[in-house]
Design a protein around this ligand. Structure first.
Ligand SMILES: [Zn+2]
Length: 254
């Protein structure tokens, strides 16, 4: 039986039977992997357990798992925890955004399709979410993930006629089902559009230009929830429409 080792972040967990967990891990070199961690909650006589008592969402560790492509569910054989993100777990906002980031990362890619740049960004985000730069850190991750997955909405041209659209203060129209901004001339034919302040579109464009995975957070504008709540709602609407399903963390984020 072939075993592989990879640096992993836990994106989804499901308690399975009294003692086991089924997890979706984001493996840096292997992409999304579903594993079963048998005996994760079983404590031996010395008081310890095989995977440190169970693996939590966002936990970062070195995982060893079986590598058989024909099997949908791999078996986790070893887990060495590197970072359980204690500081993050003491802030509710940080935790919600972290769980939302994990949910998004679990939805956009096929299994075993590696995206190491997204992995590195998520690893960095988990630390940044415990700082005061939380809002801009999350937005930069969210936008980079959408870009890498090919789901970024069109923000600089009207999705109907292709005219260049300038983000300036005042109401602009955004169509979640068409995935982008709509110019004044075309907006009447998009009844499902929502109104968005052009300044927010400008913020999204700025973060997209400055906030790639390796850029220091200090380059990004300082954002508050007054700005990020409507942006996150807009992107969430677009994401739900693109994926054709509601997100579990809706209602916790914006
Ligand atoms: Zn137009």
């Amino acid at each position: 039986m072939g075993l592989v080792n990879d640096r992993c972040i836990c994106l989804r967990k499901f308690e399975y039977s009294e003692t086991s967990q089924i997890l979706t891990l984001f493996a840096r070199q292997h992409g999304l992997i579903r594993v079963i961690a048998k005996g994760a909650h079983r404590v031996n006589k010395s008081g310890s357990s095989k995977f440190g008592g169970g693996i939590d969402l966002l936990d970062l560790g070195d995982a060893t798992f079986t590598d058989r492509l024909e099997k949908d569910l791999a078996t986790l054989t070893e887990w060495k925890l590197h970072d359980g993100h204690r500081p993050l777990r003491s802030t509710l906002r940080g935790l919600y955004l972290g769980f939302y980031a994990a949910e998004l990362a679990s939805l956009f890619f096929e299994q075993r399709d590696p995206h190491p740049a997204v992995f590195d960004h998520l690893e960095k985000l988990a630390a940044d979410l415990a700082t005061r730069r939380i809002e801009q850190a999350f937005l930069a991750f969210e936008l980079n993930l959408l870009r890498e997955a090919g789901y970024l909405p069109e923000l600089s041209r009207c999705i109907s006629c292709g005219t260049a659209v300038q983000a300036r203060p005042g109401p602009m129209s955004f169509s979640a089902d068409q995935g982008g901004v709509v110019c004044r001339n075309c907006e009447s034919v998009f009844p499902g559009r929502s109104a968005v302040d052009g300044r927010l579109i400008g913020i999204i464009q700025m973060v997209l230009n400055l906030g790639d995975a390796r850029a220091p957070l200090t380059r990004l504008p300082v954002l508050t929830r007054h700005q990020t709540d409507p942006i996150n709602r807009l992107l969430m609407e677009h994401i739900q429409h693109s994926l054709g399903r509601p997100l579990r963390m809706r209602g916790y984020v914006a």
